[in-house]
Design a protein around this ligand. Structure first.
Ligand code: FES
Length: 196
């Protein structure tokens, strides 16, 4: 069984599986408002190692992410899938920004809130700048791929989207609870079957 290290946790995965599916199954901290349709970019991840085990960036990613952002290792979790058996290590943008904010609110020893604010602001600016810089091509691409209705209602399974959101939120809120951590050692549901 393949393994993906996400936000410093190791999860089982399948060849061809999308990273956002691995995250949702295991309630890892990731955004997925558009339900994996390549519209919201909340599933963006920073690939820390193992990029060669993933598919090449898709047209959708090129539509949303700048070349610089892609070169820095940022990908969309709903667009990248496992193509090799080597370990992939990623930090989701949601978790990256949560940690950056945490470092501002509770600065680690030897650091100050002010100096920790810089990486967070840089991240926010880079994230928004790329979206603004890609407008309106990104929305036109979404419209052409999915149609007007899906731009506003992209959810294939609203109940699953809500239940995954609730599980992720509960896990985040209970992150310091040993009982919750132990109970979530096993995946909540089996890996999804996805085309390789
Ligand atoms: S889940 Fe919305 S862009 Fe990936």
């Amino acid at each position: 069984m393949l393994q993906v290290e996400m936000n410093d946790e190791v999860f089982e995965a399948k060849l061809g599986e999308r990273l956002v599916s691995v995250a949702r199954r295991n309630a890892a901290h990731i955004g997925f408002y558009c339900d994996g349709n390549g519209l919201c970019t909340l599933c963006e991840c920073h690939v820390l190692s193992g990029a060669d085990q993933l598919n090449e960036p898709t047209e959708v990613e090129h539509t949303w992410l700048t070349d610089d952002r892609l070169a820095e290792g940022y990908r969309l979790g709903c667009q990248m899938s496992l193509r090799g058996i080597g370990r992939v290590r990623v930090l989701t943008r949601a978790e990256e920004m949560r940690r950056q904010l945490d470092a501002v609110l509770s600065p680690p020893a030897g650091t100050t809130a002010l100096e920790n604010l810089r990486p967070l602001l840089d991240n926010i600016v880079a994230m928004n700048w790329q979206h603004i810089g890609r407008w309106p091509a990104n929305l036109v691409d979404g419209f052409q791929r999915l149609g007007l209705v899906a731009l506003f209602w992209p959810f294939a399974d609203l109940n699953l989207l809500i239940s995954d959101t609730v599980r992720i939120t509960q896990r985040l809120l209970a992150a310091d609870s040993p009982s919750v951590a132990a109970a979530e050692q096993k995946p909540a549901r089996p890996p999804a079957r996805e085309a390789a």
